[in-house]
Ligand binder design. Sequence first.
Ligand SMILES: Nc1nc2c(ncn2[C@@H]2O[C@H](COP(=O)(O)OP(=O)(O)OP(=O)(O)O)[C@@H](O)[C@H]2O)c(=O)[nH]1
Ligand SMILES: [Mg+2]
Length: 463
Amino acid sequence: MVGEKMETDTIAAIATPMGESGIAVIRISGSEALPIADKIYRGKKKLSETPTHTVHYGHIHHPKTGERIDEVLVTVMRAPRTFTREDVVEVSCHGGLIPVQKVLEAILLAGARLAEPGEFSKRAFLNGRIDLSQAEAVIDLIRAKTDQAAKIAMQQAEGRLSRMIQKLRQNILETLAHLAVNVDYPEYDAEELTSQLIIERCEEISKEIDHLLLTARQGKILREGIQTVIVGRPNVGKSSLMNALVQENKAIVTDIPGTTRDLIEEYVNVRGIPLRLLDTAGIRETEDVVEKIGVERSHQALEQADLVLLVLNYAEPLTEDDRKLIRLLEGFTKIVIVNKVDLPRQLDLDELRSLLGEVPLITTSLIEEQGIDQLEEAIVRLFYLGKMEMKDHTYVSNSRHVHLLMKAQESIEEARSGLETGLPLDMAEIDLKNAWQYLGEIIGDAVAEDLIDQIFSQFCLGK
Ligand SMILES: Nc1nc2c(ncn2[C@@H]2O[C@H](COP(=O)(O)OP(=O)(O)OP(=O)(O)O)[C@@H](O)[C@H]2O)c(=O)[nH]1
Ligand SMILES: [Mg+2]
């Protein structure tokens, strides 16, 4: 179980990104944070004699040589009103690699231990300040690539998902209580009644989990972006399309077929929809070893695709490679882009239409910057996200949570169907307990220690 093994040593790490900046912050947390800081800080007062949540001007000195390292502002925050619920000292020094490293070194020499990635957040969790889903939201917040993704993470960090999970667990507990009454006092002979009641409650709980799961897909999209893969034969204009959507010359464009040899990835925001855009090597039969690897990677990229943009050439007849690709892409969510409409037409559009069926088809001249607007509209329409508002929806966006919600859902379903087919009540009791347990794992109740370590190790240093 969590919370028993409590690390009590004092840890320190740089909390701001490495590189040149105006200021950088080094965070110290633990019972010795103040005495350690006092060993290297010189200012008007000793830090251990200052009131909590105050800021102090002074200098950091090397604990051994006494050399003055930097001019700093130090924030003193005493337990329990801190992020980790331990004593915390934050040293704001000058940015830039050398001062930051030197101040950190001084702090470590004075007795702190270098924190592991995520260790501050882990302490916040172990000390009960945040639950696991909130801690994970902090990771998401740091990694968010779009405003909306950040908003979801923020809501989760504030405990919105946790409250919903707690409510669900409460429901299950109450249901279990009903069960227990019956199981323990069979002389009441209320088995029928109880069974009916439990079935109804299972249905309610199941509906609520369904609702949460429904938000998961949108959550994933907003967090990670719609995985969009641009494919097509060599030289049709895939990299040109990438550049047009990114509005930058990210990918090399030449008239030599087979220019792009590796995957090029870029995030773009198409009218508020985050796309994770992948430009790929043109797909064709080839003997060139390097190109062959590129083509293989293009195929692999397709496996992960939420959306495929298939580019065809208006100025050439459909080739066998094109037809193969169209067949390969059956069942994918896709948009077909017929590029180079500035050139004389060679492509049989009627044939293409009949091959494609209902698939949206956009014509472009990327060289003349024509058709991009229509393509963007098609993307928006495809995902109905144009009208989507964030409002108060709780989004489940973490695959670990989705998995556990599904497991809980299965257990509830088993309880319900078991009762309906007349299985004894204590079978349902086991299933309900399992569901309760799975939901608990989302918020970090009853989570194995190695999982905790794994989750927190995804953090960056200083978090
Ligand atoms: N006329 C015309 N040429 C275009 C258009 N779009 C792209 N091109 C040209 O077509 C050539 C190939 O473009 P790329 O974007 O490199 O094509 P690609 O599909 O990425 O090619 P590979 O990476 O080799 O598979 C370049 O010379 C582009 O300038 C267009 O709309 N009209
Ligand atoms: Mg290319």
